[in-house]
Design a protein around this ligand. Structure first.
Ligand code: DMJ
Length: 555
């Protein structure tokens, strides 16, 4: 059944309607004028009707009415700096266009890639009175610019001809410009842990929050490290690494766990919840991915120690997935100091974890955990933002087109080649088509049960969800077949792992602080009791979506 949906694509195979899914969606941002939050948004670049790239040919289609409606709403929100739900990510710098660049390259669509890159070079500016979240700007914008820069300058050009005529490292310069504008976040902080937000023109806002989530502050190393190594300037890697080390030094001496929210001046944990989802997810991910990319042993040591603590305190249920006594395995939210259960929900961000487990070779546990998330997807045709595993019902109902389950599905397919994961991918794809497709793109599900929608398509839908789905079915893609080893950033941006990024001439600036991280094993301990000590939700960082829970403010 699955194979019937395939059609040839540039000598490979991919689901026919999936190619259209991505291209229709990309049209939406690539044909729009760059200021995605300005009154000019979604007017056409040259006044001509925008184009839809459909099944290899262009057809004119007007999308103006969609764009105008959205731009008015966005414009209003951008003027209100306090509207974090919009401004944390949007930045008024053509976010979706920038974030989607390497998706086009991976699809082998060189003409659209080249067009989009030129549009970014000619029209995107970071000299804006925009207050953005440092983490979001880093993973979505900085990471994408660096990934596209490397694709353009790759001498092998595995994705087809992605070169840009007269390219003069413009994307790298733009990445540098953006990173310099983010640097004030790392100043005047007593711990070295950065402020969560900066204004791109004026730096840290005077009324800035001193609290940040661990993932937001501690998952900057891949992009900042890449930038440093490409520029030969240690500054960026140094501040990002200092933040990781500061957070790491604050972990509980008893459990080895970190909390989800910390005060950057005092180092006190404001959120003591330790879990795999919001507020912590990419912190773990980047310990491992920094090691993969830069080869710094201390990053691997930290990751191994963190993984050991996760297995010791977060994993509950039986040892084996499908046999033995006890409940099926589950990763829960606990108090970082006592290891005791804090609530009975899991968030959809956690679904990235099986993918991370694939990277370290814990495939058996990854298969088991992935099956749990897929069972939830099957029930709702989406993943609710929070799912209460005790009540077996959603706690928070929206689904903002997140990629995590697709990402894990893709990585598990690569590891196992089990066609079951193609089936999962097709199931996800069909749900997306059925429940989220709208006239101008794909919409956030406001409610996974009644399937009502929101007027919002997160940029990670194109940079991650679509990319991983595409790659799942595209066996012959250069990502899999070119002989180059690739890694995906937490926003799904592809970067080749090569020697050049392992060179860090400034190494002597970084003291060796392996300390307690060294020598951890991956032993899985017996399951502690499932006892709720505090069922109230905690402050959390939900990438892309600011969630206010129990009246608390998201840092
Ligand atoms: C993405 O922006 C990144 O993957 C981030 O690390 C957390 N998740 C969102 C999408 O859900």
């Amino acid at each position: 059944m699955l194979l019937l949906a395939h059609r040839p694509l540039r000598g490979r195979t991919a689901p026919a309607h999936f190619h259209d899914l991505v291209c229709d969606c990309f049209l939406w941002c690539s044909s729009a004028r760059v200021d995605s939050a300005s009154p000019r948004v979604f007017t056409n670049v040259d006044g001509a009707p925008p184009h839809v790239f459909t099944r290899g040919r262009r057809t004119s289609t007007r999308v103006h009415s969609c764009g105008r409606r959205i731009s008015t709403r966005v414009e209003r929100s951008v003027r209100q700096h306090s509207n974090l739900n919009i401004n944390d990510v949007l930045g008024n710098y053509s976010l979706t266009l920038v974030d989607a660049l390497d998706t086009l390259a991976i699809m082998g669509n060189s003409s659209e890639f080249q067009k989009a890159v030129k549009l970014v070079i000619n029209t995107v500016s970071f000299d804006k009175d925009s207050t953005v979240q440092v983490f979001e700007a880093t993973i979505r914008v900085l990471g994408s610019l660096l990934s596209a820069h490397r694709i353009i300058t790759d001498s092998k050009q595995p994705f087809g001809d992605m070169t840009i005529k007269d390219y003069d490292n413009e994307l790298l310069h733009m990445a540098h410009d953006l990173a310099v504008r983010l640097l004030p976040a790392f100043e005047n902080t007593k711990t070295g842990i950065p402020y969560p937000r900066v204004n791109l023109k004026t730096g840290v806002p005077p009324d800035s929050n001193n609290e940040t989530c661990t993932a937001g502050a501690g998952s900057l190393l891949v992009e900042f490290g890449m930038l440093s190594r490409l520029l030969g300037d240690s500054t960026f890697e140094w501040v990002a690494r200092r933040a990781v080390k500061a957070l790491w030094s604050l972990r509980s001496s008893g459990t080895g766990l970190l909390g989800n929210v910390v005060n950057i001046q005092t180092g006190h944990w404001v959120g003591k919840q330790s879990g795999l989802g919001a507020g912590l997810d990419s912190f773990y991910e980047y310990l491992l991915k920094s090691y993969i990319l830069f080869g710094e042993k201390e990053d691997l040591d930290m990751f191994n120690a963190a993984y050991h603590s996760i297995q010791s305190y977060l994993r509950r249920g039986r040892e084996a997935c499908n046999e033995g006594e006890g409940d099926p395995p589950l990763y829960v939210n606990v108090d970082m100091f006592s290891g005791r259960l804090m609530n009975t929900w899991m968030d959809s961000l956690q679904a990235f974890f099986p993918g991370l487990q694939v990277l370290i070779g814990d495939v058996e546990d990854a298969i088991c955990l992935h099956a749990f998330y897929y069972a939830i997807w099957k029930r709702y045709g989406a993943l609710p933002e929070r799912y209460n595993w005790q009540l077996q019902a959603p706690d928070v109902f929206f689904y903002p087109l997140r990629p995590e389950l697709v990402e894990s599905t893709y990585l598990l397919y690569q590891a196992t080649k089990n066609p079951f994961y193609l089936h999962v991918g097709m199931d996800i794809l069909q749900s997306l088509e059925k429940y989220t497709k709208v006239k101008c793109g794909y919409a956030t599900l406001h409610h996974v049960i009644d399937k009502s929608k929101e007027d919002r398509m997160e940029s990670f839908f194109l940079s991650e969800t679509c990319k991983y789905l595409y790659l799942l079915f595209d066996e012959e893609n250069p990502v899999h077949k070119s002989g180059t080893r690739y890694m995906f950033t937490t926003e799904g941006h592809v970067v080749s792992v090569d020697r050049h990024l392992r060179e860090a001439p400034w190494k002597e600036f970084f003291p060796d602080e392996r300390g307690r991280a060294a020598g951890s094993s991956l032993r899985r301990p017996a399951a502690p009791d499932l006892k709720v000590i505090n069922s109230s939700s905690n402050v959390s960082c939900f990438s892309g979506v600011t969630l206010h829970v129990d009246g608390e403010k998201t840092p």
